[in-house]
Design a protein around this ligand. Sequence first.
Ligand SMILES: *Cc1c(COP(=O)(O)O)cnc(C)c1O
Length: 368
Amino acid sequence: MPFDPRRLVHPGILSITPYVPGKTIQEAVRERGAGDFIKIASNENPFGISPRASEAIIKAISNAYQYPEKTCVELRERIAKRIGVSPESILVGNGADGVIYTLGMGLINQNDEVVIPQITFSMYEPVVRGMRGKVIHSKMTGYAIDLDDMLRRISSKTKMIFLCNPNNPTGLLIERTDLLRFLQSVPDHVLIVADEAYFDFSDPAQFLSVIEHFKGGHDNVFIIRSFSKIFGLAGVRVGYGVGTAPLLDLLYRIRPPFDVSVLAQAAAQAALEDSDFFNETIALTNSEKEFIYNQLNKLGVQYVDSHTNFILIDTGLDSQTVYTKLLDQGVIVRASLHSMLKTHIRITVGKREHNERFLRAFENILKE
Ligand SMILES: *Cc1c(COP(=O)(O)O)cnc(C)c1O
């Protein structure tokens, strides 16, 4: 019999739609030849890496021949102090994605149900399917996650639910009071996984972190955060999860022991001290977002008011066509986000020159 990998893998793997990341500038150059490309596709920090993190990586290089510490003791302590929980409640991973995978591998059993909003971050589904769990989609109300619909889909077989807040790719935030009511309504046997990768960009007056709920004594929560966006460490790979110490002890059994490199641990620690970079990123993101909104308003283009560093734009045209025409002009954005978002693209709020280039290229397409 010929070798057939499809018979080797389990059916869960075959049910996964491969994740398609934003095109890198290197890929664009390989496909189209040298050119002046900008990438505003993956919500990376347009202002680069935190300078303190950059210095820390260079300093840590001489230690990089050694394996890193398994539990990232020092980094865990610094994160714990910053967010006001005990270090035993922090699990550091290979990016937020690494944390999501560890969580999925640790918890999901065959046929367990996992409720995921129809339009959200696309990294949750593969791990559920990869563990042969069942994805239960909750519906959207317009662009918003329908919390009541999520609640209705919870059954005795539900293992966990994923709530990305603010949500990617819409940029929408769940109101404090709505979130609180939701958190109080989820039954105790369900783990609420709150992905707060973008919370730093949200208005603190409007955003409620599920960490507050955790600190209030609720154990059935797990909060995920990332160093990729606000600290500019997307290529370094470090993120963390917050949950009860007994849960994390169990998760450490399956988490790859050296998930976070020596360089990533050093970078993340230094980034936490880099308040100048942090504050500047937020201030510039907010002012550039206003600039983009104003220009889009002038063009009469619809977009979703964002609580993050990206904007979902309804181009009114086929998104794949817009994507290609933008790429022709050297601008890499994200399209084909969802079958319900056929005319939408997602752009990262960039530096002024990025934003101007995108807007000029986009206006050219609209004028055709
Ligand atoms: C970018 C992103 C992540 C992944 O972050 P990494 O730390 O780079 O793995 C997780 N969740 C959401 C919603 C994201 O947009």
